[in-house]
Design a protein around this ligand. Structure first.
Ligand SMILES: [Zn+2]
Ligand SMILES: [Zn+2]
Length: 244
């Protein structure tokens, strides 16, 4: 089995670049999320609400406060955290079309994910869709969000996806909430760890519990499965101020 080192991780300490607020389907406002991220010991975060593709969903309008992007209050600065706004963009179809705006604004930071509610192509086309999207938009994609999720596990060629991501220098996400909520396909997770070059550990938090515990779940899992050494794990815990 392969052992990963800190060189394989874009961020392993005090950073989290995938989380949601009431601007899409999260439970808290932006300031509250920034506050709890700071309380959790994070120093750099990117708030990545869902793209405008989410507006096609029935529940969306009543549950969220979309307007105001790209506004971000200055109040969070008082809690000592470097916060920026990004987007969880949606992969839409086999041609690699994506939706990467929030209220028609295109943030600089982009996590590209596929969600079954927003993907218009047939599930069997998913590998091709990723490949086309990366070839077309790769220079703007900061990470691939939860590529190991169960929803497309039956059809995704993870080895091929890793090859394409590696060729474009795009990190593959290890997603805390997906793992916590049982939505990670363990076979894809392992294949991704065997074939990917670069990983990013994010919470994908929709509430404060996931924000505090999401990333740690990943590192706990990695050390249990022997993908990282106990020594590296200790360093990660120390850097994040996790007691155990
Ligand atoms: Zn997602
Ligand atoms: Zn997300």
């Amino acid at each position: 089995m392969r052992e990963l080192t800190k060189d394989n991780f874009v961020s392993w300490a005090t950073e989290d670049h995938h989380m949601h607020t009431i601007v899409s389907d999260g439970e808290e406002g932006r300031d509250t999320v920034a506050y709890f991220a700071a309380r959790a010991g994070l120093q750099r975060i990117t708030i990545t609400d869902h793209s405008d593709a989410i507006e096609s969903l029935d529940w969306f309008v009543v549950n969220t406060q979309r307007c105001g992007f790209p506004w971000l209050s200055q109040r969070f600065r008082g809690v000592g955290i470097d916060a920026q706004l990004g987007v969880e963009a949606d992969l839409l179809d086999e041609d690699g079309n994506i939706c990467d705006t929030i209220s028609d604004v295109r943030p600089e930071y982009m996590v590209l994910s596929v969600h079954k509610e927003m993907y218009c192509g047939h599930p069997t086309t998913i590998t091709k869709a990723y490949q086309n999207a990366i070839e077309r938009h790769g220079d703007r994609i900061n990470a691939l969000g939860h590529p190991d999720m169960k929803d497309f596990a039956q059809h995704l060629d993870m080895v091929r996806l890793c090859e394409v991501a590696n060729a474009h220098g795009i990190p593959l996400e290890l997603n805390g909430s997906m793992l916590m909520n049982g939505n990670t396909d363990q076979k894809l997770f392992r294949t991704m760890l065997e074939h990917g070059n670069s990983f990013i550990v994010n919470s994908d938090a929709h509430n404060r519990f996931e924000l505090i515990h999401g990333r740690r779940m990943i590192f706990d899992h990695l050390v249990e499965e022997k993908y990282i050494s106990p020594k590296f794990y200790e360093k990660v815990c120390a850097a994040n101020n996790w007691t155990h």
